[in-house]
Every structure is written in C-alpha cells, then in structure tokens.
Design a protein around this ligand. Sequence first.
Ligand code: HEM
Length: 206
Amino acid sequence: MVVEFIARWFHVLFGIVWIGMLYYFNFVQTEYFKEAEADAKADAMKKLAPRALWWFRWGAMFTFLTGLYLLYAVGAHSSLMSQPIIWIGAAAGILMFLNVWLIIWPKQQIVLGMKEGDGPASAAKAGLASRTNTLFSGPMLFGMIGNKHLYIADISNTAVYACLALIAALELNALFGKTGPMTSVVGVIHCSIGLVAVIWGILAFL
Ligand code: HEM
C-alpha cells in the first residue's frame, strides 16, 4: 500500500511536469514565437525549446510508467472491468504518451534543426499532435480522478465503447486531419472542456 501511494505521488508529480510543459508549449511558447524578433526566436529555438522538450518527453515517460504500474495495482484490488472510467483516462493518456514520443519529439527535432527533414511539414504534424494532446488533457484528467471520486450509476459497456471510439476518432484526426476549432488557444481549451462534458454525458445516459 505504501509502495502504491508512493507510485501515485510520483505519477501525479510527473504528470504535472508533463502537462505543465504541454500547456507551456501550447499557450505560451507558440504564441510568443509568432511575434518574436528573428534573433530572439532563433536563440529560443536553440537554447530554450530543447530544454523544455527534455522535461516534456521524460515527464511523459515517467507518468506513463507509473501509470502502468497503477493500472496493475488498481486491477489487483478489484477487476479493472468494474472501474470503467479509468479506461477513458488511460486510453487518452496512453495515446498522449505515444503522440509525444512518436510524433511530437521526432518532428520537433526536425523543426529545431537537430535532424534533417521538411521543417514546415514537421511543424504542422507536431502542432496537430500537440493540440490533440491539449484536447485530450481534460478527458484524461476526468478519467484519472473520476474513477475514484465521481460516482455514475450503472455505466453501460456501450457507453464505454462509445467514449473509446470517440477518442480513437480524434486520434485519427491527429494523424491525418486538421486542427480545425483547436487552432486557437481559446478554441482548444473550449474543445477540451466540451469533450469532457460529452464523455460525461455518454457515460451517464447511454
Ligand atoms: C500516460 C498514461 C497514464 C496512465 C496509464 C495512467 C493511469 C492511472 C491509474 C491506473 C490511476 C489510478 C486510478 C485509480 O486509482 O482509480 C491514475 C491516477 C491518477 N492519474 Fe494517471 N495515468 C496516466 C497519465 C496521467 C497524466 C498525464 C496525469 C496528469 C497529471 C495523470 C494524473 C493522475 C491523477 C491526478 C490520478 C489520481 C490519483 C488519485 O486519485 O489517487 N495521469 N492514473
């Protein structure tokens, strides 16, 4: 139990590191880069962004690893199938982790000139994945804390599958689609809160 508590504490701490950096990129750094002087931008791309990306991707890694341990530990107390809300959070969290390591980090290395490749195309791919992670952050946290702290009577399997399908469809958009209403900062915040409301509604009423 003490081990599980320590894992939880680290899990949330690493989660703060990761999502804090995600919000910094989406709400602060990209907006700043749009209006920065060329010299300042070049300096920040060389010396600031790589540091932020280091905390970002390793925060994601350790959040994920402690999250897997918690899935195992929570599953050991009672069936995970009887705790459907964690699946919504874990699905969003795992996709977010994969987006960081398989899309954002490789594409950002090209954008920052650490690797060869098509800069503008990579920036667009990384940006869409990053916006999608910001979108998922609301539902992810809903799932993380809702599992133990929100009671919804008789969640149906159909409702859980519908939520997972919705998350999968949005991930497909991250791979092949467009930022659409998530393009602006205000837009992605509204979309994230709206997605939480939709998921909550599906779980409660479907
Ligand atoms: C990367 C994939 C992730 C997985 C697989 C995962 C898994 C889990 C699991 C299994 C739990 C325990 C749920 C319970 O006891 O009912 C949990 C709790 C939690 N997670 Fe995650 N998680 C992930 C990402 C994140 C992220 C990015 C954050 C952001 C801060 C986060 C924050 C939390 C919080 C706040 C709790 C609640 C702790 C509590 O109430 O005791 N998780 N997570």
